[in-house]
Design a binder for this molecule. Structure first.
Ligand code: GUN
Length: 282
């Protein structure tokens, strides 16, 4: 079997077009959706990510501004800045780029963002809303993965979905979103005894570990849907995911590539969350 590709670039493009249309409609009513991004320090990867977030936003018609602070900014000053932005009605979404410098408590910083502006979906209130099915922002990466599964017309009801990885940002919210669609969900992690024995039972596998070749062809049920969240470099320095793409694509029914899979969808879902933040606050 040769798996069908789920094209994250194409799907992200269509989502951006939809966001652009809804943004234009809001602007016609005098509401300018506005994302404020805070970057503390000079981490090169964070500088690139935040620049992309601003350019994605502005290309879609959203307003986005990046505030950059030195790495020695005090936590108290950062919290004060977030509180000011919480109170600013012209700012609809607030994103503090992670990782933060070691002297800051990231969770405390995230909890200071108003949940109505928490477009990353990292606030404990957003996590609780996801767990209980209440309205709230969904973390962008698992939200994008769900859109990819939805895009192939796949019903998750009664299917066995296996998530590899238990992070607060991807693994846990991913499991909750799959559960909300009535999948039977298993979360695997570094202490899982026999990963292959579990993934071989899976109709859907989401690999979100951050390690190459976590999922190989012998670990996949023929026809399964395989979503690769990983972003790694191989020995030649080329971008690759957590999945052995070449081997697994011969067994799976559908597979997401890296690059061109989950990455562009994560970026697109931030735009959706920002737009929806503005819609809800207007
Ligand atoms: N650092 C890496 N990915 C992310 C993300 O999605 N949001 C934030 N705030 N920081 C990140």
């Amino acid at each position: 079997m040769t798996a069908q590709l789920i094209d994250g670039n194409a799907l992200a493009r269509s989502i951006r077009e939809e966001v652009a249309g809804r943004t234009a409609a809001l602007k016609a009513r005098g509401i300018h959706p506005h994302l404020r991004i805070i970057l503390v320090g000079e981490d090169p990867a964070s500088q690139v990510y935040t620049k992309h977030k601003v350019s994605d936003s502005t290309a879609t018609g959203l307003d986005a501004k990046l505030e950059v602070y030195p790495a020695d900014l005090s936590e108290a000053d950062l919290l004060a800045r977030i509180r000011t932005l919480n109170a600013d009605a012209s700012v609809h979404g607030i994103l503090v780029q992670l990782p933060l410098p070691a002297h800051m408590d990231s969770q405390k910083v995230i909890e200071t963002i108003s949940p109505v502006k928490d477009v990353d979906g990292f606030h404990v209130a957003s996590a609780g809303a996801l767990m209980t099915g209440a309205p709230g922002f969904r973390p962008c990466t698992p939200y994008g993965c769900m859109k990819m599964i939805e895009s192939i017309g796949y019903s998750l009801r009664g299917k066995h979905a296996v998530v590899i990885g238990r992070s607060n940002i991807v693994g846990k919210p991913m499991a909750m979103m799959l559960l909300a669609q009535s999948a039977t969900v298993t979360i695997c992690h570094s202490a899982t005894a026999d990963l292959g024995a579990i993934t071989r039972q899976a109709d859907v596998v989401v690999a979100a570990v951050g390690k190459r070749n976590v999922l190989t062809a012998d670990m996949v049920k023929p026809g399964a849907v395989v979503i690769d969240v990983g972003m790694n470099r191989n020995d030649e320095g080329k971008l690759c995911g957590d999945v052995d793409f070449e081997g697994v694509s011969k067994v799976a029914g559908w597979i997401t590539p890296v690059p061109g899979g989950v990455g562009p969808m994560t970026r697109a879902m931030l735009l959706v969350n920002t737009l929806e933040a503005a819609e809800r606050q207007s």
